[in-house]
Write a protein that binds this ligand. Structure first.
Ligand SMILES: C[S@@+](CC[C@H](N)C(=O)[O-])C[C@H]1O[C@@H](n2cnc3c(N)ncnc32)[C@H](O)[C@@H]1O
Length: 277
């Protein structure tokens, strides 16, 4: 298991403005992001497996191991997409939960209906109990302190206002509850980082756009949004600033992805500033 650590140097700032456009020009407005994911929804899982060589399944497995399902409690997977992380949690919870009668409530939310529909279809046979809710991560339709665990995988970077999204996650997480963020990051090692950036800039957009057969350049957006997103200590500071403590960062696969874990403090959520960062 990779050790908990604060990892790589932060990339240049690329925070979203209140209009949804990134300071470096990446358009993260809700309509643009929702439309892009609606277009690639039918082939999203396939493209994920091809582009990551299946490693994304391992990253979700690590997430479920280090932030286990709250047996007898409730969890929310924000920006769930086609639900791979929510389903991994349901898989993990199934055996012991059935034995102990402590099945956790699992809610999977996203603002893109076609992505959610794929998730619901995938989970229908094995995990019909997962609740699929269409919701914007910046205005979650849940009461405060409703969840023992809040997770987000490869979604935080897509939310137009990162701080607002994180503040909502803090609001719905109970004091003492856990936040788990799985997100791409830039490897700390310079050689690995330059190889990774070459793949990210040259191979991934072409391969992703071709396999997904999309016209909206979704995988060009992926590469831009990853390079622009705050990671390492900047992400940790952002997480602390909205009401979490005990932030741990676990670099995965040379730091290509990072799992950030944090514990919700007692007390109110810090109100979101108009811009993140
Ligand atoms: C890259 S996908 C990640 C999906 C899934 N969590 C996974 O691990 O594969 C990002 C998802 O975030 C969703 N998303 C982006 N911004 C959102 C927002 N403001 N509110 C809700 N969902 C959002 C998109 O619709 C998309 O399904």
């Amino acid at each position: 298991m990779p050790p908990a650590a604060t990892i790589e140097p932060s990339p240049p700032a690329g925070q979203a403005t209140s209009r949804g456009a990134d300071r470096s020009g990446v358009d993260k407005s809700g309509d643009k992001v929702r439309g892009m994911f609606a277009e690639i929804a039918p082939r999203y899982d396939l493209v994920n497996r091809i582009l990551s060589g299946g490693i994304d399944l391992w990253w979700r497995h690590v997430t479920v191991r280090l932030a286990p399902p709250p047996l007898g409690g409730a969890m929310l997977d924000v920006c769930t997409g086609t639900g791979d992380l929510a389903i991994a949690y349901a898989d993990r919870a199934a055996a012991p939960a059935a034995a102990q009668g402590l099945v956790p409530r699992i809610i999977a939310s996203d603002f893109c209906r076609p992505m959610l529909d794929r998730g619901r279809d995938k989970a229908a046979a094995r995990h019909p109990q997962i609740e699929w809710i269409e919701a914007d991560a910046m205005a979650l339709p849940f009461p405060a302190a409703d969840f023992d665990l809040v997770t987000v995988a490869f979604g935080l970077r897509n939310i137009a206002d990162t701080r607002r999204g994180l503040s909502e996650m803090a609001r719905v997480c109970r004091p003492g509850g856990t936040l788990a963020i799985l997100e791409f990051s830039l490897p700390a090692n310079r050689i690995v980082r330059s190889g990774y950036l070459w793949y990210f800039r040259n191979v991934l957009p072409r391969l992703g756009n071709a396999v997904a057969r999309n016209a909206s350049d979704a995988y060009t957006y992926l590469n831009q949004s990853v390079e622009d997103f705050p990671s390492g200590e900047r992400l940790a500071a952002l997480v602390r600033s909205v009401g979490f403590t005990a932030v741990e960062q676990h670099p995965l696969t040379f730091g290509i992805a990072t799992l950030t874990l944090a514990t919700r403090c007692a007390g109110p959520v810090t109100s979101p500033a108009p811009k993140n960062g």
